[in-house]
Design a binder for this molecule. Structure first.
Ligand code: SF4
Length: 382
């Protein structure tokens, strides 16, 4: 096969569709995602749906996604008629055997047998459930609306409905009273999550984003997160426990049963092509990056940019290093048209000498000891 020209734009081997549902029942204390708490306002949901329909008409005819991801917000906060209409619109335009993975994000307390039946009939293959914790205290600290019992109920409903794969999101690093409480909670969360036999688990460390209630509390002198040392121990505990349970740690915060990795998110981490619909959604298509404004009831394109190929390749280098397998030299060349040593040779050699990167002749990846502090490595490479 002839080598690819550095920086050439290649047709995507695979591509994804993202739809942002901008509604939640209530804002969580840590959340900076764009969403409104007016989902029960059917008129607003219908107006948003009309906007999605208009955006769909602008999507190029040849776009045929392998993966669909409906996220938010809380897609399952939509009234049932609007939820059914959204899935029907997507299934009519893009459904069928070409879609290898179709994920819907859901939150416990908003999932009903009716919504699961709608998903099943539309062809949804994967449910991503925002569990966060099975501890009442942690859920209250995070400002979640649900109870531990509702997580179990939602997972059971999804299985009963025949949704093929279930993923659970967990969160750690909140302001527990002691290291013991922080680690005991993580241990109990993992036991409770594994008892639900998930196919996939994501475990995120609580981060404080500006403009959120937790940021305000911190600004007023409150303690809202655990010390970094406890967070680090929690992360190591999660890695060990999930490895022992047979999960593959395939991305810094993501673990899967073999073969159950999230294809859609892998697109993001490998510089893949995707089109995003809805307010605040982003797209990367034909070398152009586009972002929609976070506004309702209507939204518009807030920015369009075509990154210089070298800069785009550096971003792809960093995103791909989030995967524990890192990049093979050939894989990176195939994805970007560049050799990573031509792009960032001195930095790669320096990070390797400092023990922050493992570099062999044909692969680079993070050592496990750098997973929790990967931002410093990424800052040196981007
Ligand atoms: S449910 Fe998710 S999107 Fe909605 S406020 Fe909570 S964290 Fe944010």
């Amino acid at each position: 096969m002839a080598p690819k020209t550095a920086g050439s734009i290649r047709p995507p081997a695979s591509s994804g569709l993202y739809v942002h549902v901008p509604f939640c029942v209530r804002k969580c204390a840590y959340c900076a995602f764009f969403s409104e708490v007016r989902a029960s306002d059917g008129g607003l949901a219908r107006e948003w749906l009309r906007g999605i329909g208009r955006e769909m008409r602008d999507v190029p005819e040849g776009f045929a996604p392998d993966t669909v991801f409906i996220g938010g917000g809380t897609p399952t906060a939509l009234p049932e008629d609007a939820f059914a209409r959204l899935l029907a619109m997507i299934a009519e335009r893009w459904g069928g055997p070409g879609v290898r993975e179709w994920t819907v994000e859901a939150n416990p307390g908003t999932l009903t047998p009716g919504k699961l039946r709608i998903m099943r009939e539309a062809g949804v293959t994967r449910l991503s459930l925002g569990a966060q914790s099975f501890s009442e205290k942690a859920l209250a600290a995070l400002g979640r609306i649900h109870t531990p019992g509702q997580i179990r109920e939602a997972a059971a409903l999804a299985r009963d409905a025949g949704i093929g794969q279930v993923s659970l999101d967990l969160m750690y690093g909140w302001a527990a009273a002691s290291a013991k409480e922080a680690l005991d909670t993580v241990r109990a969360d993992l036991d409770a999550a594994l008892a639900l036999a998930p196919d996939h688990l994501s475990a995120y460390c609580l981060e404080i984003e500006e403009g959120t209630p937790l940021a305000a509390r911190r600004g007023a002198g409150g303690t809202v997160t655990a010390p970094p040392a406890w967070q680090r121990r929690a992360y190591d505990l999660i890695r060990r426990r999930l490895a022992a349970a047979g999960f593959v740690h395939y991305e810094l915060s993501n673990f899967a049963r073999p073969g159950r990795e999230c294809r859609h998110n892998l697109l993001y981490w490998t510089g893949g092509a995707y089109i995003g619909l809805g307010p605040a959604a982003h797209s990367h298509w034909n070398g152009e990056r586009r972002g929609n404004s976070p506004t309702l009831p209507a939204w518009s394109v807030a920015f369009r940019e075509t990154l210089p190929p070298r800069r785009k390749a550096c971003e792809t280098l960093v995103m791909g290093l989030r995967r524990t397998a890192g990049w093979t030299r050939e894989g990176f060349r195939a994805a970007t048209g560049f050799d990573y040593l031509d792009l960032r040779g001195p930095e790669i050699r320096r990070l390797a000498a400092d023990g922050l990167l493992l570099a062999s002749p044909d692969r680079i990846r993070l050592p496990a000891s750098a997973y929790f502090t990967s931002d410093a490595v990424f800052a040196a490479l981007v």
